[in-house]
Design a protein around this ligand. Structure first.
Ligand SMILES: NC(=O)c1ccc[n+]([C@@H]2O[C@H](COP(=O)([O-])OP(=O)(O)OC[C@H]3O[C@@H](n4cnc5c(N)ncnc54)[C@H](O)[C@@H]3O)[C@@H](O)[C@H]2O)c1
Ligand SMILES: [Zn+2]
Length: 357
């Protein structure tokens, strides 16, 4: 059992933790009612166990269809209406049981329901365990773009049970691993090496990912602890994401987030070497890690390079014409520091990396 205590709330990483949800909830978010929010894939697998652990009589289960397409204001309305119809009052704790879509959506329900009720994160995808469930960003997508309506709302506890990753499809296991590679690259070279070692086994459902989840959780939690509202150091978590988001969006979301981030990390590491911010060889090590995880390392040929470049400029990170990137200095350390973690890069360097990648 690993308990990460770097934030206002505990993050518990333990095999079998699903059975301990009742005990943890009573300690950190005691309530008369628990409303489990889940999706139609995860619910049938795990909602009954979580409901039993919380107490069947006081717990309701609300499920929506799986997938990013349902991270919407419409789902928010459906869920809050269902909770109102059910008589959930202010003494309700929301329990998010699912991947990052459910975590973001249920967190936003909790942030707004009766002007805010507590919530517990039970992330079930690798991405949600090591990334989305930590940090308190909640929200929904709109037709204009992703995550445009939301709130900061910190969970009362995060409970990650790596046993549930056995049922997660291999493509989603690989996509989650991209964020673990990122954690090593931005903060911890020894951890980076451990992730690379695990990467070859990532497709095997029986491989134990507890150590990897705990390692990544520690890194994400410590970065967030230093900078909860993303003014400074938290920017380093954006490594791979400026180009990655543009590639994800140019693919019309046919690439998984982690797949786009893998390509983004490779290109941004090359960019960092090109503008002499990173040590030579940094990009090669990112390429090797991404390769081991069988994640893509170059932009699919059918995607429009010019569109990708334009999309980087519409990203929230653009400032004064030049786009800011979070770039590595070497594996395990980011460039910038006191001068600011966002590094403004000239268009010409970005275009050249995009056209070669
Ligand atoms: N709030 C944040 O800080 C933050 C950070 C990163 C990502 N996100 C958000 O997270 C979302 C992506 O998360 P995701 O990749 O987990 O997507 P997801 O929630 O869609 O889950 C991926 C798929 O796996 C299924 N699934 C999840 N756990 C499973 C399990 N144990 N067994 C079988 N199937 C399972 C889901 O039903 C879904 O079909 C995006 O909306 C993104 O914006 C948020
Ligand atoms: Zn990400």
């Amino acid at each position: 059992v690993v308990v990460v205590d770097l934030l206002r709330y505990q993050i518990v990483v333990a095999s079998g933790a699903l059975g301990r949800v009742g005990e943890i909830a009573r300690q950190h978010a005691p309530a008369h009612r628990y409303a489990i929010i889940t999706d139609d894939t995860v619910g049938p697998l795990y909602a009954a166990a979580v409901r039993r652990a919380l107490g069947d009589a006081q717990t309701s289960v609300h499920s929506i269809p799986a997938g990013e397409a349902h991270k919407t204001r419409e789902s928010w309305a459906t869920l809050t209406d269902a909770m109102l119809a059910d008589g959930c009052g202010r003494d309700t704790t929301v329990v998010a049981l699912g991947g990052g879509v459910i975590g973001d959506l249920a967190g936003f329900v909790a942030a707004t329901y009766m002007r805010g009720v507590p919530f517990i994160q039970i992330p079930t995808s690798l991405l949600a365990m090591i990334d989305a469930s930590i940090g308190g960003k909640t929200g929904v997508d709109t037709p204009t773009g992703k995550n445009l309506v939301g709130a900061f709302h910190q969970p009362a506890a995060v409970i990650a049970d790596p046993d549930v990753l056995r049922t997660l499809p291999a493509a989603h296991r690989r996509a989650g691993l991209a964020e673990a590679i990122k954690h090593g690259a931005i903060a911890d070279a020894a951890y980076f090496d451990r992730v690379v070692t695990q990467a070859s086994n990532i497709d095997r459902p029986d491989v134990d990912l507890s150590e990897l989840v705990a390692g990544s959780v520690r890194i994400k939690a410590s970065v967030v602890a230093n900078d909860e509202r993303e003014h400074g150091q938290r920017k380093i978590l954006n490594f791979g994401h400026t180009l990655g988001h543009a590639i994800e969006s140019a693919s019309d979301y046919t690439l998984l987030h982690g797949e786009a981030i893998a390509i983004g990390m490779v290109l941004e590491a090359k960019l960092a070497e090109r503008i002499e911010v990173a040590e030579a060889g940094t990009a090669d090590r990112i390429v090797m890690a991404v390769d081991r995880a069988r994640l893509p390392k170059s932009i699919p040929p059918e995607l429009d390079r010019e569109l990708i470049h334009q999309l980087t400029r519409s990203d929230k990170k653009a400032r004064g014409g030049r786009v800011e990137y979070a770039l590595p200095a070497r594996i395990g350390a980011m460039a910038g520091g006191d001068r600011g973690w966002g590094i403004a890069v000239e268009d010409e360097a970005v275009l050249s990396v995009i056209s070669q990648g």
